[in-house]
Design a binder for this molecule. Structure first.
Ligand code: NDP
Length: 280
């Protein structure tokens, strides 16, 4: 049987470490505050925002919630971000995506002060990651590096294949694996022979957004398989981009869905907030 990479346990351990660190910082008179902005009432976004607020409360980070109506204009949102950028007692700013269609997401992301960009989406944060300078890293891929390291899985020198090239998962994932000295290939919808490419992977990271697309024909015997996807199947049960039951018997380690990558994203957001507080 493969090693089950337990994101629930690893994220819980990270949160405990952060909680202790926040207590130490408080004793030195440093408190940390995250501003969370939500525009409109998308139910999924409301759940994500609620979970982030809960995690903040658990760790001892103050959270300020800005729940703005769907009709909020670009200018109003920019004004709020400008205001929060200027506030010394706000360390991190998170704008929950997606934003309503009339708002230019890229401009909003660029408006956040890179020192408060705890999501790691600002072009300056992405550029810093690209050239190996310090900066905030997108939470999901940063969480995957923690999952691998804390499960004792070696990255250096190994063939790493990332399927998916989105700005929030695939691309930063590839850059982080490279930083860890993996030999990295990025596959996407125009990749010619996907099975041949994924079949080379010692570490296969899947972020395609297609339920159960990756079956055992895509996986080398003994590979480590990390599944970023989250979907609800016809029975309302969660599943990933990897067909877990089919792939688990042939790999050496695998993340379950739920309980794999998912819980790591919020843990790494909390990590970024603590780093922002320390740096300011
Ligand atoms: P996107 O839809 O932005 O990107 C999907 C990527 O997969 C694209 O680069 C696309 O290629 C590629 N792709 C699509 N179909 C194929 C195919 N048949 N063969 C090869 N490549 C393909 O998704 P995200 O990166 O935002 O998210 C991916 C998944 O991860 C989703 O299920 C999402 O819900 C989940 N997710 C989970 C998170 C968590 O916390 N666990 C956080 C973020 C996302 P191309 O660029 O050519 O179109």
């Amino acid at each position: 049987m493969p090693q089950i990479v337990d994101g629930k346990a690893i994220s819980a351990a990270i949160k405990e470490e952060l909680k202790a660190e926040v207590e130490r910082l408080k004793a030195e008179g440093i408190s940390i505050c995250l501003a969370v902005i939500q525009v409109g009432n998308d139910p999924a976004s409301a759940v994500y925002v609620g979970n982030k607020k809960k995690a903040c409360a658990y760790i001892g980070i103050e959270s300020l919630a800005y729940e703005l109506p769907e009709e909020t204009t670009q200018e109003e949102l920019l004004a709020l971000i400008g205001d929060l950028n200027g506030k010394k007692d706000v360390n991190g700013i998170l704008v929950q995506l997606p934003l309503p269609a009339h708002i230019d997401e890229d401009e909003i992301i660029r408006a956040v002060d890179p020192k408060k960009d705890v999501d790691g989406f600002h072009p300056q944060s992405v550029g810093a990651l690209c050239i190996g300078q310090p900066g905030f890293v997108s939470c999901t891929p940063a969480g995957i590096i923690q999952l691998l390291k804390r499960s004792g899985i070696e990255i250096a020198g190994r063939e790493c294949v990332v399927v998916g090239r989105s700005n929030i998962v695939g691309k930063p994932m590839a850059l982080l694996l490279l930083r860890e000295n993996g030999t990295v290939t990025v596959a996407h919808s125009r990749t010619r022979d996907l099975k041949e490419v994924t079949g080379r992977a010692d570490i296969l990271i899947v972020a395609v957004g297609k339920p159960k697309m990756i079956t055992r024909e895509y996986v080398k015997e003994g590979a480590v398989v990390i599944d970023v996807g989250i979907h609800r199947n016809e029975n309302n049960k969660l599943c990933g981009d990897v067909d877990y039951d089919d792939v688990a018997p042939v790999c050496s380690a695998i993340t379950p869905v739920p309980g794999g990558v998912g819980p790591m994203t919020i843990a790494m957001l909390m990590h970024n907030c603590v780093e922002a507080g320390k740096a300011q």
